[in-house]
Design a protein around this ligand. Structure first.
Ligand SMILES: Cc1cc2nc3c(=O)[nH]c(=O)nc-3n(C[C@H](O)[C@H](O)[C@H](O)COP(=O)(O)O)c2cc1C
Length: 171
C-alpha cells in the first residue's frame, strides 16, 4: 500500500489524505501560514472561528507563557462571515484546490450560528463546518453554548438543517 493511502482517514462525510488538521485559529485563514509552510501537506485546515460581524479581539497581550505551555485569550478576532466567504475561502481554493477546508462557525446567539453556518454552507470549497461552542451565550447569562445540553441540542439541530448536508462537527 502506498504511504499516501496508508495515512488516509475517513471522517463522517469527509475523506482526508492524512489525519493532520491545523486546529481552528492556529493558522487563521491560511494566508500567513502559507508563507512558512506548504499547506498541501495538511490533511485539512480548520479556519479561524468566524462570527457574523468582524471582531477586533482582546487588547494585547493575548498570550502568556506558562511552565506547561501557554495560555491564550484572543477574544475571537476574525474578519466576519462576508470577508471569510468572499475573500479568504476563494483565496485558499485558488491556491490550494486540493486542500479540504473545514470552516469554523462561532456566535453569541443561536440565530448568529445559523446565519454563519448557512453562509459557509453556500460557499464553494467548504467540506465541513466545525461549531465552536465555547462562545458565551448572551441570551443565557453568558455561559458557553456547549455547557448546557439543552441549548446545545437545540443549536446543533438548527445548524444541521442550515448546513444542508455539509457535515457538522461540534467542538
Ligand atoms: C492563537 C490561537 C487561536 C485560536 N483560535 C481558535 C478559534 O478561533 N476557534 C477555536 O475553536 N479554537 C481556537 N483555538 C484553540 C485551538 O483550535 C485548539 O483547540 C487549542 O490550541 C488546543 O489544542 P492543543 O491542546 O493541541 O494546543 C486557538 C488557539 C490558538 C493558540
Amino acid at each position: 500500500m502506498q504511504e499516501t493511502q496508508r495515512l488516509a482517514v475517513e471522517l463522517p462525510g469527509l475523506s482526508l489524505k492524512n489525519p493532520i488538521i491545523a486546529a481552528s485559529g492556529t493558522c487563521g485563514y491560511g494566508q500567513e501560514a502559507a508563507k512558512k509552510y506548504n499547506l498541501n501537506h495538511l490533511g485539512s485546515l480548520v479556519l479561524k472561528s468566524t462570527t457574523l460581524h468582524p471582531r477586533q479581539g482582546n487588547p494585547r497581550p493575548r498570550v502568556c507563557e506558562t511552565s506547561a505551555g501557554w495560555l491564550n485569550a484572543n477574544g475571537l478576532q476574525n474578519v466576519g462571515i462576508t470577508v471569510a466567504t468572499n475573500e479568504k475561502i476563494p483565496w485558499l481554493r485558488k491556491n490550494y484546490p486540493q486542500l479540504p477546508i473545514i470552516a469554523s462557525a462561532a456566535g453569541f446567539s443561536e440565530d448568529e450560528y445559523v446565519k454563519v453556518v448557512s453562509e459557509f454552507a453556500n460557499t464553494a470549497g467548504v467540506k465541513a463546518i466545525e461549531l465552536n461552542v465555547s462562545c458565551p451565550n448572551v441570551k443565557h447569562g453568558g455561559m458557553a453554548m456547549g455547557t448546557d445540553p439543552e441549548v446545545l441540542q437545540r443549536l446543533v439541530k438548527q445548524v444541521v438543517k442550515a448546513a444542508r448536508g455539509i457535515p457538522i462537527y461540534v467542538k
